[in-house]
Structures are given as C-alpha cells and as structure tokens.
Design a protein around this ligand. Structure first.
Ligand code: NAI
Ligand SMILES: N[C@@H](CC=O)C(=O)O
Ligand code: NA
Length: 444
C-alpha cells in the first residue's frame, strides 16, 4: 500500500476541542463539500466556534478520477474506521446500503449526521430519526429536498406553529432541465438527459430522476414534516416523464401550457394525498417560469398563506451549500451543548389513494369529424359527472382527411371518474385514438 492510497484513515493529530469531520463519498456533492471545507475551513470554524478538521474522505476507489482534486492523504476505503474517529459524519454516497448501516453506526455512537440521501431517508427516515433521538443528536438532511433551497428547516421549524394544507413543487432538477430544454430549444429527451448528467444534476442511476422516484422521495420527506406524519416513498403515486413526447410538449405550448414534473402533497379531511406526475401548468403560473435545473416549492398554510421557495435544486456546489449549513449548525450544537430537536410525528395522518383525489385532466382525442361527434363526446363526460373546462378543435396533425384533433381540459373531478371517462372515450366509435392524457393544474 503506497502513502498516497491509504486503506485506513490517518491517526488524528488534532488539537483538543477540534470538531473532526468524516466525509463519506467524493462524487458531485461530496467533492464540493470537501473543497469548501478545505478552502473555507477558517471561516466555517469561526461560525462553529471551534477549530474544524476534515479527517478523511471515504471512497470506493482512492485512485479514481474526480471532478475536484482532493488531498490523496485524506482518501480512505475504510469508512467504519473513519466514522469511529470522527465527531460529525457527512454521508454523500447515496443508495440504501451501506449508507444506512454507516449512518446508524455514527448515530449509535452519539455522532451528529448530515446526509443528502433522499432515497434512504424516504424509506428508512423513521428508523434513522429514532436512532438520532435515542442518542440525542441531530440527523440533518436539508440537501435531500430541493438541493440548495432551504425548505427542510423552514418546514420543520419556521412553520411548526402553522397548519400546512398543501405543498406543490418542482423538486427534481434533472427532469425540469430535460422538459425545459424540450420546451425552449426543441431538444430530444436523450440529449437533454445526457447534458443533465454531465452537469452533475442526475442521480448515479438517472432512472430515479426520469421515472419520478427522486421527486417522490422528496415529496415523502417534505410531507412527513409538513403534516407531522410518517410517509415513505411507497405512499406516493408516481409517474415519470419517460412517456412525455416532443408532440405532448409542443401541443401544451400551443395551448398556452408548459409540462412540468409536479409533486403535490395535499391535505383532505381524512388524510393526505401524495403524487408526482407530469402536469400541464398555464404559462402565466409562477411555476411555469422555473427553468433549467431550478426547483420551486409552494407551501399553502392556514395562517402564513402562500409561500414560495425557489433556487438551485441540484448540482455539486449548490447542494454542498445546504450540506454545510447543516454541518455548521450541528457542529455549533456539539460545541455549545444542548439537546437535539426531536420532531415527533404526532398527527400520523394516513396516505390517501388516488381514487377520490380531485384533479384535472387534459385529454387529446383523434376523432372522426362527422355530424354530432362533439355532442356524443360531451355526453360521455356528462355521464361520468366530469365537467369540461375548455375545448379546442384542431386539424389532424398529419393532415389525415375526415379526422380532427380535440383537446379537452376538464374541471376538477374525482380521479376515478376521470379515468373512467378516458376508458369510455376510447370505446366510442367516433374516437379513432386517445392520443394523450396528462394532468393539469389550473385555478378553476
Ligand atoms: N447531485 C445532486 O445535485 C444532488 C445529490 N444529492 C444526493 O447526494 C448524494 C450524493 O450525490 P452525488 O454526489 O451527486 O452522487 P455521485 O454518484 O456523484 O457520488 C457518490 C460518491 O459516493 C461514492 N460511493 C458510493 N458508494 C460508496 C461506498 N459504499 N463507499 C464509499 N464511497 C461510495 C461513489 O464512488 C461516488 O464518488 C446522493 O444521496 C444524492 O441523492 C442531493 C441533492 C442534489
Ligand atoms: N438528481 C436530483 C439531484 C438533487 O436532488 C435532481 O435532479 O434534482
Ligand atoms: Na434543500
């Protein structure tokens, strides 16, 4: 083993009172956290109120090429030894295992943990929080929801005295980047995804982004805090953007809408519905102006009214900012002492299935352009108790004779009635094809 590729962390030679930091992972975010800790350590120490030292960085392969050049002496493959030697642990490796075991190891030893791992927290957050509470140390994960945007702490602390009714957000930078590129430059899905990966927005496996799982994880985490309950990613109805075509994006644009991957968490009388779906938003809606990898989260609360949080939702340096905010606060508490905050999920509201959820659809039909067709189509909607909000008739896009394209947007209706309407329309002899069904968020 050469000096530049140590398998175990170096023995610590730090002065007493120094806060020793272990960093797990040196990818897009971890490497930026290391860079800032090294370059701005003095400033951060002043805010913590004690010297700080990055004592090691656990990686899988010490020889791997990285986006940021890191001191070779800090790299180690022995994560457990590094955790044991540290006062504070920052986990930025991603995935469920070994991240979960390592975080538990740190918490059981009474060490504060900071993580950006939404996949893990959306599945095992309760177990990790219980371990943190039992040890009386903080578990912080501001980076896990909407990257740099302060939203976890405002939700947990600033809004603790209010009653949140709805959280609505664009919470995945990769998909927002892809949809925005498709909308503004006509880019192909695959090219836009490759660029999002190059820019460090995408997850190690970008399926999590494009299938909506990453946004669903964030929705579960945020809703747990907003509604003082315990939701996991399995409680989120989730549809990604892989089925959204260039034609869908163009048709939405033509009708004055833009397609976004929208997360909605809303309170009903008997629980909370959580969903992530591609959604058409009117161009004048503030969320329509969220471009590139930016994220935005709307919170509607009984007394605060509507609040909007906006900023960089992905990217190494931006996310590192949220990680280091959590770090300074955890380290300061370590220096000053005092109990960690215990956030009891006292309400424990159930997650509601989609059936009774009230939502709107945009339905594109290719129909035979003949006498009475509109009346027969309108009758199908009426039979299912679904009210039509707008309707546009267009020539068939490929100029087929005697065929026309109808674009209908509904008022809000129960999801099960909307689904039944679409099924009945597909059976109608006048309908050649149901060419598109996409949810709509509008103010009706
Ligand atoms: N990239 C972004 O914009 C954001 C990422 N996050 C989260 O932050 C975490 C890190 O994300 P990225 O840096 O983008 O991921 P990445 O894939 O670029 O980096 C992860 C690093 O951890 C290392 N690693 C993985 N398993 C390991 C193991 N068992 N032992 C030691 N090292 C291991 C990998 O080799 C890689 O260097 C993830 O949980 C991600 O979901 C959160 C917000 C934004
Ligand atoms: N892959 C995620 C990274 C941040 O959470 C995204 O694209 O938003
Ligand atoms: Na955040």
């Amino acid at each position: 083993m050469s000096d530049s590729t140590p398998e175990t962390p170096r023995p610590s030679e730090t002065a007493p009172g120094t806060v020793k930091v272990a960093l797990l992972g040196a990818g897009n975010v971890g490497a930026e956290v290391a860079r800032i800790l090294i370059d701005h350590g003095g400033e951060l120490a002043a805010r913590v109120g004690a010297p700080i030292e990055l004592i090691g960085i656990a990686v899988r392969d010490v020889a791997a090429r990285r986006t940021v050049e890191l001191p070779a002496g800090l790299l180690t493959t022995d994560a457990d030894a590094l955790i044991d030697a540290a006062d504070v642990v920052i986990e930025l490796t991603g995935g469920i295992e070994p991240a979960r075991s390592r975080i538990l190891r740190a918490l059981h030893a009474g060490k504060p943990v900071i993580s950006g791992n939404k996949a893990l927290i959306a599945r095992h957050g309760r177990q990790l929080q219980d371990a943190a509470d039992a040890a009386g140390v903080p578990l912080s994960y501001e980076a896990a929801v909407a990257g740099a945007i302060p939203i976890v702490r405002p939700m947990r602390d600033s809004l603790a005295g209010d009653r949140v009714d709805r959280v609505l957000g664009i919470m995945n930078g990769t998909t927002n980047y892809i949809l925005d590129q498709m909308d503004t430059t006509g880019a192909q899905f695959e090219d836009a995804l490759a660029e999002a990966q190059r820019l460090g927005y995408a997850e190690a496996d970008p399926t999590a982004d494009v299938e909506g799982h990453d946004a669903a994880a964030k929705a579960a985490i945020l809703a747990s805090l907003a509604f003082h309950s315990t939701f996991t990613i399995d409680d989120v109805y989730c549809r990604g953007i892989t089925g959204v075509t260039a034609a869908d994006v163009a048709a939405a644009r033509d009708s004055g809408y833009v397609i976004k991957l929208l997360a909605v968490c809303e309170r009903y009388a008997d629980g909370v519905n959580l969903r992530v779906t591609p959604t058409m938003i009117p161009r004048e809606h503030p969320l329509a102006g969220v471009h590139g990898a930016y994220n935005a989260v709307f919170v509607e609360a009984e007394n605060a009214g509507s609040l909007m949080f906006y900023g960089a939702g992905a990217g190494g340096a931006a996310t590192a900012s949220a990680v280091l905010g959590d770090f300074v606060s955890a380290a300061r508490r370590l220096v000053l002492g005092g109990p960690a905050q215990v956030a009891e999920p006292h309400a424990q509201l159930p997650a509601l299935p989609m059936d009774e959820v009230r939502t709107s659809f945009s339905i594109t039909l290719v129909v035979h352009d003949r006498l009475g067709v509109l009346a027969r189509i309108a009758q199908v909607f009426a039979d299912h108790g679904v009210s039509i909000y707008t309707m546009q008739q267009k020539d068939h896009p490929r100029g087929a004779p005697r065929l026309a394209e109808l674009r209908l947007v509904t008022h809000r209706g129960a999801n099960k009635d909307l689904m039944a309407t679409v099924e009945a329309l597909a059976e109608l002899a006048d309908v050649e094809e149901v060419a598109g069904v996409i949810r709509v968020e509008h103010a009706d």
